[in-house]
Design a protein around this ligand. Structure first.
Ligand code: C5P
Length: 254
């Protein structure tokens, strides 16, 4: 702009950032390397998750929340893998619970970020179309958006007892009204920060950021999730993830 022309009052550009909590140990996957650092197709799960977020043109910053004592190691790891040019990243140390780790990630966001995704490192294969659909719904005005799928199984609410002992059934929710939620969950930044500031960490803390927004009384909406956005939790999930990667490689040289 020439020094003569008046400076228009430009609205500050809105940026989208993704926070990836990756500070968990992943004990259900068995002993060994922390879950986020386990290899899938030869590449750590966390790198797949970072790339899945960076695959969206809208995401210009990824905040990775590392194990409390592992931030330098995680930064080295990401430094060693290529990301698209439009994506910056920072690594911050996490906390004792997922809820605390997400809060620490939010604290690291620069002022110009107005849309925040929270994505589990344990969902390395979410397709970019799902990421973009979540961002679009937030940009269209929803304060909180979760991708989710209908359930294949019928679900029972039970009175939990000793492991392996019969548990009394309390109710059977109507399956057609249930959804299994995935990540990335998308938020208007102000709404998510308010939830993390006002909902106290109770026990193991919240496992679902959208649930915290619900506690504030704000509307959360669901958009269609994707079967490849499944969470790698148990050893069998690793087998499935390897198969999905192999299929992608065969189909498009991914
Ligand atoms: O254990 P779970 O699979 O529910 O963890 C979900 C996500 O939260 C994982 O990506 C895990 O690394 C992360 N997490 C975290 N800080 C913790 C516990 C879990 O960032 N203290």
């Amino acid at each position: 702009m020439s020094p003569m022309s008046p400076t228009p009052a430009e609205p500050s550009p809105s940026r989208t950032a993704a926070v990836i909590p990756a500070a968990g140990r992943g004990v259900r996957l068995g002993p060994g390397t922390p879950k986020a650092l386990r290899a899938l197709g030869g590449t750590p799960m966390l790198i797949h998750a970072v790339r899945a977020m960076a695959a969206s043109r809208a995401v210009t910053l990824v905040v990775v929340v590392a194990p409390p004592d592992g931030a330098p190691e995680v930064k080295n790891l990401i430094d060693g893998h290529a990301l698209p040019e439009h994506t910056d990243y920072v690594v911050v140390p996490g906390g004792a619970t997922r809820q605390e780790s997400v809060k620490l990630g939010l604290d690291a966001l620069p002022d110009d970020v107005s849309v925040v995704l929270v994505h589990d490192a344990a969902r390395p294969l979410v397709p970019v179309d799902t990421v973009d659909a979540v961002i679009e719904a937030v940009r269209d005005g929803a304060p909180a958006v979760v991708p989710a799928l209908p359930l294949a199984d019928t679900v029972k609410e039970v009175e939990p007892g000793e492991p392996g002992a019969p548990e009394p059934v309390l109710s059977t929710p109507v399956r057609a009204r249930l959804r299994a939620v995935q990540t990335p969950q998308g938020f208007d930044r102000h709404t998510l920060v308010k939830a993390h500031t006002s909902v106290a960490v109770d026990g193991e803390g919240a496992t679902d950021d959208a649930g915290m927004v619900e506690q504030l009384g704000s509307q959360v909406v669901v958009v269609p999730g994707h079967e490849e956005a499944f969470k790698v939790t148990r050893p069998l999930d690793l087998v499935l993830a390897e198969a999905v990667l192999a299929r992608r490689r065969a189909n498009d040289g991914f």
